[in-house]
Ligand binder design. Sequence first.
Ligand code: NAD
Length: 405
Amino acid sequence: MKIEHIGIVGAGTMGSGIAQLTTLGKFVTTIYDPDPVAREGGEMRFGEDLSRGVERERWNEEEAEAAIDRLATARSLDDLATCDLVIEAAPEDLELKRKLFASLAGVCGPEAILATNTSSLSVTAIATGVPNPERVVGMHFFNPPPLMKLVEIVAGAESNSAALDATTEVGIRIGRTPIRAKDSAGFIANRLARPYGLEALRMLGQGIAKPETIDRTCRLGGGFRMGPFELIDLIGLDVNLSVARSFYAQGGQPERWRPSPIQEEMVAADRLGRKIGHGFYEYGGHVVDDPDPDLEIAAPTLDPGELLKIAPSAESILPRMIAQITNEVAFALEERIGTPVDMNTAMRLGFNWPLGPLEFAELIGVGRALALLESLREEHGEAYAPAPLLRAAAEGGTSLPEALG
Ligand code: NAD
């Protein structure tokens, strides 16, 4: 199906960023938002971001002007009638999105593809009010859309291959890297990122190390851009906790996804992170700095000598984190939520990880990951229960994808 005219529903953070991508990708774009203040704000951000891109030589003035000319702002959903694809970026509320999709089905032509940018809701559930739900898919962008290269193309239970292929092609044309994901809790990237925060919180709770040490170990030894506690402070502990609760409920309450009591207590005590100046760190003008800016470590590494340069506890911290990353990707492979290649791409592009989770699995080795998880399970319980696929790979002497068959 040929896509020429794209509609965007919701002119907030994501909608206005996606509009920048589609217009620069030479698609005629109409953006709708029921709130006049949001419409104006969206238009302003769109213009400012395009000018900033010219200053930074990401595109030239002519391209920015052409992008502006391709954008129209709509006051009514009816103005999306001629769109071949609509990307919805309205608030994360299932009832609101269901109603919106039912209305869009009435407004747009029967062939038009309807995509949702939801991060955590089921694409299949959003499509329930649409008479021909095979044209409903997920198109999950990352924040901020113009800078984050990843887009997850999510197949709902009814999505057909024409809709999945057409949205994949649009993703490529707007300069993103599309990957395919099954309609499952958090899709691929957000789901595979679960252990990064949760294992850090468990280590803190078990008294293994302070947040500063865990963060430094993950940055300096693991090669991650930010430590897990720095990241939770940035996201906001309240936001992070509600995401944790949603995963826990959607996943059928697996122990490894149980929200951390530390986080619950901190939210109750109003330590919400950077936005209010207190979280795991204090932010009032104080910059958390690295005490060893010259420490040279070829990260990511599990070499004990290298890790010892960071802190005495680093040698316990990083293997545990990587074992849990390996375990989560093993569960995800078993559930066939995506291909191994797409899982690596998801984490490198969606979270700027230095390696994909299957590359981390190779770094630690499935045998070592399994042995470590088993001993932690004995001490701390079911949060460390190994995925059957990890056991199969370790016992069969294969990689995780090979064990999947
Ligand atoms: P936002 O609050 O910045 O924007 C939402 C916009 O939707 C607002 O401008 C609001 O006026 C508008 N809106 C409200 N009711 C509407 C309706 N009935 N029809 C159309 N528009 C309506 O939110 P956001 O951060 O841009 O998130 C939008 C969607 O993208 C959510 O589903 C969210 O989960 C998802 N998402 C967000 C991020 C992120 O980091 N912000 C990342 C990926 C996906």
